[in-house]
Design a protein around this ligand. Structure first.
Ligand code: GDP
Length: 298
């Protein structure tokens, strides 16, 4: 990931070395190169505009003119601003004061929600939590079964619809799932919901109904990083249609350019909390903006 972007930013910053003092023309040339590299990495235009504006302002400000090594200062500024567009500080999950913490997953079909549900549950279990998964995606024929399989792999119980538990009614399934988790004294409930291939009102309405019924502490929007800056557009639709508190980037292993990671927080103002990096349960990590920025600049 970020290979091309990383090489191009490195090359353009290298061009500043050896300059005792940076002229406005030096800075502008570097910024032009970085702007092109970001656009080629499929970063959303407004994010690129803000980013380059801030780098330019700081690079031409006092910060650099007083510095001993202006080239290094520009590298630092670019690093700081990359951390900023990736979300700033590492985001944290909100935990309920009175468990269970209810986490709802939302996103398009195929985004990686069901896979993520298993990964998140395992990650929590490994930290000593007692999660339960709830199969409220009744849209995709195999979704319930798929969640049962990942739950089994993760060693986490799955609440699935069965006669009397609200077959065909995802809102009832979600509610029954949460109350079962409460009854069984589980401290986290992860509710998988249905997506569709494109943004549609019925999907949003169902997600809102589930949200209103279970009142989640966190709603995580799961998005396929391979769709690049389109991820930010889909995220805006979900933010406005359902609302969410954090983002999970899935399929980061298949994303060579990095446009989703670099666009989504700037566009939605919501932190990326986790990254999903493969099909296996362990292919999952916390998302650290500072480490991501270092990966770009290394
Ligand atoms: P859902 O419809 O949102 O529940 O999506 P799924 O969890 O069923 O995932 C859709 C497809 O993407 C499946 O084939 C998953 O194995 C695959 N997938 C999910 N997450 C990742 C990931 O991080 N990396 C890769 N390479 N594939 C993934």
């Amino acid at each position: 990931m970020f290979n091309n972007l990383s090489d191009r930013i490195a090359a353009s910053l290298k061009g500043l070395r050896g300059h005792g003092r940076l002229t406005e023309a030096d800075v502008d040339k570097t910024i032009r190169e970085i702007r092109r590299a970001l656009l080629d990495a499929d970063v959303a235009v407004p994010v690129v505009r803000d980013f380059t504006g801030r780098v330019r302002e700081r690079a031409l400000g006092e910060e650099v003119s007083k510095a001993l090594n202006p080239a290094q200062q520009v590298v630092k500024i670019v690093n700081d601003e990359l951390v900023e567009i990736l979300g700033g500080a590492t985001g944290e999950l909100t935990w309920a004061k009175n468990p269970p913490t209810v986490i709802m997953l939302a996103g398009l079909q195929g985004a990686g929600k069901t896979t993520l549900a298993g990964k998140l549950a395992k990650w929590m279990k490994d930290q000593g939590h007692t999660p339960m998964l709830v199969a409220a995606d009744l849209q995709r024929p195999n979704a319930v079964n798929q969640l049962q399989i990942v739950g089994e792999r993760a060693g986490v119980p799955v609440f699935a619809p069965e006669p009397g538990n609200g077959v065909g009614n995802p809102v009832l399934v979600a509610m029954n799932g949460v109350s079962t988790a409460q009854f069984q004294q589980r401290d986290v409930v992860i509710v998988d919901t249905a997506g569709r291939l494109g943004i549609d009102e019925e999907m949003m309405q169902q997600a809102r109904d589930i949200r209103d019924a279970v009142n989640p502490h966190e709603t995580l929007f799961v998005v396929d990083a391979m769709i690049g800056q389109d991820a930010a557009r889909v995220a805006e639709a979900f933010r406005d249609g359902v609302g969410f508190t954090g983002v999970v980037l899935s399929k980061l292993d298949g994303d060579a350019r990095g446009g989703a990671a670099l666009s989504i927080t700037g566009v939605t103002q919501r932190p990326i909390l986790f990254a999903s990096t493969g099909e296996q349960l362990g292919d999952f990590e916390r998302f650290h903006p500072d480490r991501m920025a270092s990966r770009i600049l290394d």
